[in-house]
Ligand binder design. Structure first.
Ligand SMILES: [Ca+2]
Length: 493
């Protein structure tokens, strides 16, 4: 353990001596140890301000510690040219316990309070002048079987019996609209699945085709507009976005307005995308897969492998990045180089867009939405092949665990297909630490995680038994995860 340094001789000549003395005597534990720690800068000259930050080291647990259970001891060491006055620990970006003023810098962490899976432990030190060390951190995994944080409730049977569900959208009145692959757009009202669908569409549901996206107009409460993305066999099999008008819990007969007819699909039935959301700019964004032809993702004149941006009537928005160089519907291209943007999300208020791009055989990724961005597919997947002109992911995880587990990009998270996702709003029933978090899930692993932009790190939140396909925060502030068959409700403490 590196010894604490207390340069008492210099401090006696500094201003505010009585305050500093009190702090430093505590920080030094009364040990009177004036020896220099190796590697630290010399103490500031007499009368000079202390501008040298301390150094904190997380001594335990070790980075990549796996399957930690029960009570875990955290230990930090901290050194400074003058003296350390505070050491704190964090778990997943939230301070653990009280700030420590004196060594030993230890704390006990009760892992049973956290969902099993990846968590990040951090420590940092502060000196009397207020200089703050960098965070020292360890990515670890907690074992056990906890499927949601302590104090939260997971209800896996909030709604069941959906049958090949693909996407969901909340209404401000508490209802939910749930797309099912076979073409039925179902309604959940007061927690009950209504027997009559909102609308039953004729769809081609082979492979990954079918009714695979739903979005409500921002003014749904007054205009009743609901948008759906589905595969139709009309005039050659292709994907379409239509608008319907609600009349109570069903679509007004004859209200379908066909807004966007995408180009004909090949015989490939996978990679259709399907996600639909209105941005903060009032425009409708549409995720379109590459139809299993990666080259189309790089062709900016192709509608495949893109995030599109259209007006609410389906017309391309005139300030789209390739509006001037493309023709027809291709003027709707907003971002490209995507493989299968089956889900994406818009942050309430800020309009920030995160795109989940399902990878091929190696990487799942979250991309930061930006006009004109090229996310690199098929030449780039996850962190691989991110060259000039390519926008790499903000978070990515592998299909296979690294050796040792946790040591690779994405840490302990592994899976086969990223789904989700949604931002927790700036107010809601969850504790403040969740505000602004981006929740996502994996279709195969069934984990539910959150990504915190503050530390660019992802943490385990929980898991579900089924295969997650979509998720949203309800008007009650609970997190609703849609699996192929059910809506799982995670409610806060
Ligand atoms: Ca210092």
């Amino acid at each position: 353990m590196v010894r604490q340094k207390c340069a008492m001789s210099n401090l006696r000549k500094m201003p505010s001596l009585s305050v500093l003395m009190g702090l430093l005597l505590v920080a030094c534990g009364g040990g009177g140890d004036n020896a220099s720690a190796p590697g630290t800068a010399p103490a500031p000259a007499q009368g000079a301000p202390d501008t040298h930050a301390p150094v904190a080291v997380l001594a335990a647990p070790a980075n990549f510690s796996s399957d930690l259970t029960g009570a875990v001891s955290l230990m930090a060491t901290a050194t400074d040219d003058v003296g350390v006055t505070e050491v704190e620990f964090q778990v997943d970006g939230v301070q653990l316990g009280v700030t420590l003023a004196a060594p030993p810098f230890t704390a006990s962490l009760d892992t049973t309070q956290y969902a099993s899976g990846q968590h990040v432990i951090r420590t940092r030190a502060v000196d009397a002048a207020g200089n703050t060390s960098a965070w020292a951190s360890a990515s670890v995994s907690f074992g056990g079987t906890r499927t949601q944080p302590a104090g939260f409730t997971r209800n896996e049977s909030w709604v069941t019996g959906l049958g090949n569900a693909t996407a969901l959208a909340p209404a401000g009145d508490g209802r939910w609209f749930v797309a099912t692959q076979g073409g039925a757009l179902r309604v959940v009202k007061a927690g009950a699945l209504l027997a009559a669908p909102f609308v039953q569409l004729a769809v081609d549901s082979s492979g990954e085709r079918g009714l695979i996206g739903v979005a409500l107009h921002p003014n749904f409460a007054t205009n009743g507009y609901i948008y759906a993305y589905y595969t139709t066999a009309e005039n050659g099999t292709h994907n379409r976005v239509s608008r319907f008008t609600a009349s109570g819990d069903v679509a007004l007969a004859g209200s379908e307005l066909k807004l966007v007819d995408l180009p004909a699909l090949s015989s490939a039935t996978n990679h259709n995308g399907g996600a639909l959301h209105f941005g903060a700019d009032g425009k409708l964004y549409i995720g379109v897969g590459d139809n299993a032809n990666g080259a189309q993702a790089q062709d900016r004149t192709s509608l495949f492998g893109k995030l599109l941006r259209v007006n609410e009537d389906g017309s391309p928005v005139t300030d789209n990045p390739f509006y001037a160089t493309n023709a027809g519907l291709a003027r709707a291209v907003w971002a490209y180089g995507l493989r299968n943007p089956f889900t994406f999300a818009v942050q309430p208020g800020t309009g920030l867009i995160y795109i989940n791009d399902v990878g091929q055989s190696t990487w799942e990724e979250i991309d930061l939405g930006a006009a004109g961005a090229n996310y690199g597919w098929p030449g780039s997947e996850g962190p691989d092949g991110v060259g000039a002109g390519i926008t790499g992911p903000i978070f990515t995880y592998n299909h296979t665990a690294a050796s040792p587990p946790g040591s690779g990009v994405g840490g302990f998270f592994t899976g086969i297909a990223i789904t989700g996702g949604c931002f927790y709003p700036s107010s809601g029933a969850f504790p403040a630490m969740y505000e602004g978090s981006y929740f996502f899930a994996d279709y195969g692993s069934g984990f539910v995680a959150r990504y915190g932009a503050t530390n660019s790190a992802a943490y385990s939140f929980g898991s579900v038994s089924g295969n997650p396909v979509d998720m949203r925060v309800g008007v009650d502030g609970a997190l609703y995860v849609l699996t192929r068959d059910a809506i799982v409700r995670f409610s806060g403490p």
